[in-house]
Ligand binder design. Sequence first.
Ligand code: C2G
Length: 143
Amino acid sequence: MKRILTYGTYDLLHFGHIRLLQRAKALGDYLIVALSTDEFNELKGKKAYHNYETRKKMLEAIRYVDLVIPEDNWNQKIQDVNDYKVDIVVMGSDWANNEKFEELKDYCKVVYLDRTEGISTTKIKQELKLQEPDNLTNQIPNV
Ligand code: C2G
């Protein structure tokens, strides 16, 4: 049973996120997503549209995801790798060679997968801001 671990905020879930999760799961048998908490996002200078519970439920609905755990600080990764007996940590290529992940190579394999071009949570937010307000009448209520 090859165990994969990845980290992220996963706000406004989009195709780039899904492609990352799909390819990460293809590297093993069990995929764990360490999801940034709302408090940790503040540390990262990010304000997610969906709160942690909603982002967690959305990830748990994805067939490639087996377990979602909280990511609440920068320094939990080695502990996570040991606690969950992780074989491979996978991240998108925007994290390639980042010390926070390179240091994990003493404990497990680290794989960077090509980031999906042309899509990001920031891009979605920016483009939605440009839309005329009346186009948003069919907005899904924040359940
Ligand atoms: N991603 C991708 N393609 C995109 C957008 C994101 O492959 N177009 C990948 C990122 O590289 C990351 C994952 O999807 O591996 C989640 O992206 P974010 O939610 O933006 O995660 P981030 O804010 O980078 O948080 O400790 C690490 C951080 O928690 C990572």
